[in-house]
Write a protein that binds this ligand. Sequence first.
Ligand code: BES
Ligand code: ZN
Ligand code: ZN
Length: 506
Amino acid sequence: MEFKLTSESLDRADADAVFITCFAKEGEKPSAALLLKSDGGQELDKLLEGQISKTIQERLFAGKEGEILSLPTFGKIKAKTVVVIGAGLQKNFSLDSLRRMGAKLVQTANALKVKNVAGQLEATRIKNHAPQERLQAFTEGAVLGDYNFTTFKKKEVPPAKTLKTFRISAKGNKTPLQKAIAQGEIVATAANLTRELVNTPPGHMTPTDLAKAAQEVAKKYKNIRCKVFGVNEIKKEKMGAILAVSQGSDEPPSFVHLSYKPAKKSKTKVALVGKGITFDSGGLNIKTREMEFMKMDMAGAATVIGVFQAIAQLKPNIEVEGFIAAAENLLSGSAIKPSDIITTRAGRTVEIINTDAEGRLVLADALDYACDQNPTYIIDMATLTGGAAYAVGEIITPILGNDKTLVDKILAAGKAVGEPVWELPIVKEYKKGYLKGPADLKNSGSGSKASTICGALFLEDFARKNKWVHMDIASTAWADEPMKYYAEVGATGNPVRTIINFLLSF
Ligand code: BES
Ligand code: ZN
Ligand code: ZN
């Protein structure tokens, strides 16, 4: 799908369908008045001899968010179809409304089997947001909404995506708008890459495959470097925790170090650390439910890869390093056992209480390695605890950390891109239970039910004295049902756009 910026009026637009946006009006019945604050709706209505307003009344179109009305134009204008899309109440209209609108329009265009659509976004003004911000959000939504996981559909071919060109007519200077479209495409395409990696089943996305996906990004973009550690290098690095988690699997673990340097030297270096469990069976503490979702347990790692693809193109002004700890958590005669004691790269010993608390183990080694690179900030991203869903639900990512400024920056970045983040406290008292027993630390059984907080407490020390945050994406990396701009059940790409926004804020 290609976006084209034009200055054409909608009646002359070189498109199969034109769309007009229509706000709802509080307390008002469906009426022609809905077209008052729309994008070219009144003009088109005149050319179509009042057919749009008539149909709005007849079909009780109320302008609710995402509501769609499509009608034929019978040769009165160049396009064959007019699509009216509801924008909801103007007072509630936001950048995220525009993302959802972009997604809905792409999905509608494909359902109508049209090749080209055209429209404008003049009426969808939002206080304090420049036209380019709105256009970027709309583009992002369109690209995110166009993603489906179809790689493994071979005989059952999904409905073809007919939409080729999305024309947006805009006034004024085109350069910043063109840039906004490009940025929206880059960011959303990166999120879609992450979604594809997460959706890919574990047999096709082993730790080795995950490392290859990182290498592919580095191969494509000259400003990205990628070093992959195989099992021997992981042994040499004394990453005892990664080795322990993977020892029950036939698949060797892998560790990935990605790096990006800006053209102008920067003092700031951000380390992104991702949990890359390509399948989490729970190990000997085998999962009794929802194991079929556990291909998504590498979403943190996939986020790192998606972010690197975007920054290679968007070139932020700071250094960025990415670290991926990839392993499969299986069970076999060689699997790690509850009560086993392992030694992490940091030298800290851990008693394995629960083999299903494996994410914190691989992250411990990855964080310790990341610290050696002297980063200014460390952000780890992990599908760490089912408890994240109980704490803040399916659309909010809990964040915990030791640096208020860093937390606040990520809260702001998440808000700006429509990936909400909420801070949870690090409650030191909950850590006491971890410190009991024969090793330095236990990997589970802290005694508190706040599993998301306890996950962060386990990780905290492995970040040493660095400014660090932990994002638990267990509930937000995957959508159990279609929502927002996600057309189907599956990976969301959350929090790829948040991290990109954060990195670009320097
Ligand atoms: N990968 C899971 C967490 C998870 C659960 C992700 C549901 C996505 C959806 C993680 O490795 C795990 O099993 N965590 C345990 C930790 C516990 C044993 C301390 C959990 O959350 O129950
Ligand atoms: Zn687990
Ligand atoms: Zn896991």
